[in-house]
Design a protein around this ligand. Structure first.
Ligand code: URA
Length: 424
């Protein structure tokens, strides 16, 4: 067998065997296959797709390419939650302590920001002192003692995916459902949870731009889960406008604290409560309505916030030291009307440009900068009303670029639907 035979086969849309996929992943890891040959096969997969058997085999090969986390020392059912990435998505920070306050174990490994989307680990690191690198024993001990820990993905989980992802990023081969599904699921399966909850984002600020694509991705990941005997639940949610009001690391932690205290933005609160209720209902075998009441109760009685503080303190974070830049610019509405669109992708890129994200792997994030919306789609504004605050430090930004992210029309506009569908 040679890699050229495999590329030729995929070019002709012929299903690859398990042995061929093994040969490809093995050769990728051992550097026996050249980057240009890997990229060529990836492009053939983007163009010609993969059968479900091929996707499952690719997932399994990537899953077995590195370490697998054994969470069996943690009592009870372990839950993992993953978002396919969006702008202003701070759900994990709120959901993890909320679920832990209801007795559900969250042993979570998260990533850093990718492209215009933020990462949970960067957000947590905006809390001075927060340690994202616990040893395995410390991680397990913390989850057993307080029910929740969020750490950075360790070095050797799915190294084959790491290599492929880096190549995909620079060869125009990211947007393929078989490649995305196997990439996400190999890492989730390696992370050892019993229940995997996936928030598949749809829209201009997400990887999946259309509802149909997002649904196909969700169904593919659910099917992979079934083949590995894991419970996978997917929620399809809107990412045309940013989630909540805050974009940027420390600002998103501030919104997390507000939401855990019952005073967060409506959409952030709705999404967290919906996901939490689905998880609680699945694990405790109760109906979703009953689960929702339990989740809301733990927000209103302060238990979820208490758990957040306990969790952050356990990892040496100190929320009293969080810094938000005090150089603040206010962008005002140029006309009277209704907000029709807030460009999530555009604002995500602006947040990255002012230092909230990285443009190169080596960039150092400025945790104190970001954006804070004063309006959401569907709101009425008068000329001169504030649209957004920009928290900025050294890096400047053209105001017009920010204004271009807002579409104001004369006719009233509707609030977009946040949650499209739940699949399992
Ligand atoms: N996130 C991943 O982990 N992998 C992809 O391919 C896309 C998003």
């Amino acid at each position: 067998m040679t890699i050229l035979d495999i590329i030729e086969k995929k070019k002709k849309k012929i299903e690859l065997t398990r042995e061929e996929i093994h040969y490809f992943i093995d050769g990728t890891l051992n550097k026996e296959i050249e980057d240009y040959q890997i990229s060529s096969l990836l492009m053939a997969i983007v163009l010609n797709g993969m059968t479900m058997n091929e996707i499952v085999n690719l997932t399994d090969e990537m899953l077995n390419s590195g370490d697998k986390i054994d969470l069996s020392d943690i009592d009870g059912i372990k839950v993992d939650k993953h978002s396919t990435g969006g702008v202003g998505d701070k759900v994990t920070l709120i959901l993890a302590p909320l679920l832990a306050s209801l007795g559900i174990k969250i042993a979570k490994m998260s990533g850093r920001g990718l492209g215009h989307t933020g990462g949970t680990i960067d957000k947590l690191e905006s809390i001075p002192g927060y340690n994202v690198e616990l040893s395995r024993d410390e991680f397990i001990k913390q989850v057993n003692e307080i029910g929740v820990s969020v750490i950075s993905q360790t070095g050797n989980i799915c190294p084959a995916d790491k290599k492929l992802y880096a190549l995909r990023d620079v060869t125009g081969t990211v947007d393929s459902i078989p490649l995305i599904a196997s990439s996400i699921m190999s890492k989730k399966l390696a992370s050892g949870a019993d229940v995997i909850f996936l928030d598949v984002k749809v829209g201009n600020g997400a990887l999946m731009k259309s509802y149909d694509e997002a649904k196909e991705l969700a169904q593919t990941m659910i099917e992979i889960g079934k083949r590995f005997n894991k419970v996978v639940i997917c929620i399809l949610t809107n990412m045309d406008e940013p989630l909540g009001l805050a974009i940027g690391n420390a600002l998103e932690v501030k919104e997390t604290i507000e939401t855990l205290n019952g005073i967060g933005p409506l959409d952030t609160t709705e999404l967290v409560i919906e996901i939490a209720a689905l998880v609680v209902s699945k694990i405790n075998n109760i109906d979703v309505e009953e689960a929702r009441v339990l989740c809301l109760k733990n927000i209103h009685n302060g238990e979820a916030y208490k758990k957040f503080i306990e969790f952050v303190n356990a990892q040496h974070g100190d929320i009293s030291k969080i810094e938000i830049s005090n150089r603040v610019l206010s962008i005002k509405a140029p006309s009277t009307g209704y907000i029709k669109n807030i460009d999530a992708l555009g604002l995500g890129e602006i947040a990255r440009l002012i230092g909230a994200g990285r443009l190169t792997k080596e960039d150092v994030i400025d945790y104190s900068v970001g954006l804070e919306l004063a309006v959401k789609v569907g709101d009425k504004v008068n000329v001169g009303d504030e649209l957004i605050k920009v928290y900025i430090n050294e890096k400047d930004i053209e105001m017009n670029k920010i204004l271009d992210c807002f579409t104001i029309v004369e006719e009233p506009t509707e609030k977009p639907k946040l949650i499209y569908e739940i699949l399992d």
